[in-house]
Write a protein that binds this ligand. Sequence first.
Ligand code: SAH
Length: 506
Amino acid sequence: MSQGKKGFVYLVGAGPGRADLITVRGAELLKTADCIICDKLANPALLKLARANAEIIHVPKRIGGGSFTQEEINNLLIEKASSGQTVVRLKGGDPCIFGRGAEEVALLAEAGIDFEIVPGVTAAIAAAEYAGIMLTDRRYSSQVVFITGHEAEGKKDTNIDWHLLAKFPGTIVFYMAMGNLDFIVEQLIKNGMEDDTPAAVIADATLPTQRAVRTSLRQLSNKCKHEKIEPPAIVIVGAAADDTKLSWFMKKPLFGRSIVVTRDRCGNADFAAKIIQHAGNPIQFPAIKLKPLTGSNQFLQTLVKLAEYDWIIFTSANGVSIFFDCLQSLKKDARVFGPAKIAAIGRETAAKLDEFGINADFVPTAFTSKELGKQLIGFANLKGKKILLLRSQLASNELGELLEQAGAQLDDVAVYTAVTEKSESSRLKEKIADSKIDWLTFASPSSAKGFFAQIPGDLVNSSNVKVASIGPVTSEQLKNLGVRVDVTAREHTTDGLLAAIEGTYE
Ligand code: SAH
């Protein structure tokens, strides 16, 4: 037992599904916890916020036993907190709306363990809003009730007064109701509710896998069975469920589309986050690994004379990140550039420079190295000027040749290279063959090479999967690999790539 430090338990609501629907407070606490005790319904992506040495305990709890009983979870909370740890008890939705949060709080209070409750967006609200159902639209409903459908399970001692509920003049929201849907519908109708009362079921709310059934109370159970709707799901009954015009999430062009991301792990994480914001379903297949070359003699010798250059050019956000990682490790900062002017190939590279306090002096209007060269020559007189390219070892010569033709004295120094990363290919091959993937995306020629070293081009060409490329150089590489390219982004950024994919659904 650690002496002195007093344990503390934070009961944190993880939000309803989508990771970024957690509260700011909840996310901050995840970053500092010693121990995270995590429910099945909390999005596992949230655990990436945890400290590297935090202890993470998954406690999927099943009705009637299973892996962890509530008692075992309770004991775990007490044990961890009593040993002086800061514990985050991460629970799906709101920590105290159903899911036995109330019992956990009572237990902590009784044991004299300090605690804080961090509310979360509960599934009822999220499911309704992501389905475009306004629970308290004053035209239909000025009251709303949250009920557990699990309680209803034909129990003799149920607390649910079906007679009262069937007459409730507002919106009724059931949690945990899928196993009991027939019974619930039967009770409501038997107790006097009109069988054509509007009803909805929303499963996997807020996720790219969200599904919604909108129908009448009478049809609800059959329609859910027919459409094979699985828990977790929220059931909404009442006039508010009638209006289908406000549906917005499931109407997004990328909603539910499975989109394979093939950049390096770090680039993939950023790109996947953008796909989720567009309601798509990112599938990770890191096809390359970036290897910094900032330890090379050439790089280190260049680093001490950066201020001698007239222009320093970055041609990727990765190059900027790796360059500044190296500066940081040497306890240096952006002052190394001295008076040198800085050019960035495009918006993403400029944005990355901005993170390190550098406002790029030049960004072309089209984001290819050829355009960068052509436009920079038009922007500044480069004759006799000293120019440094800080970029990938794999970049083409085209930019350098253009700049030299304009009379520049050029140094081309590699900051990093990309090597193929082996990813789990057999499952992806199956998914491609089974038409379970909508898009493959390529943000660089090296990802294209790395990917097709592991997945046969013929498989892709003969499937329904579409291929999206970030720009002409990557498309050229794909064509050289014998792969059909369906769209090439007009703006050569990951946002441009997503816009190009969205454009195909207009
Ligand atoms: N504390 C949670 C509820 C836990 S009870 C909260 O505040 O949301 C578990 C029930 O929540 C599930 O049976 C289901 O009815 C509902 N639920 C949780 N996540 C859901 C989701 N993403 N979509 C639909 N329903 C969900």
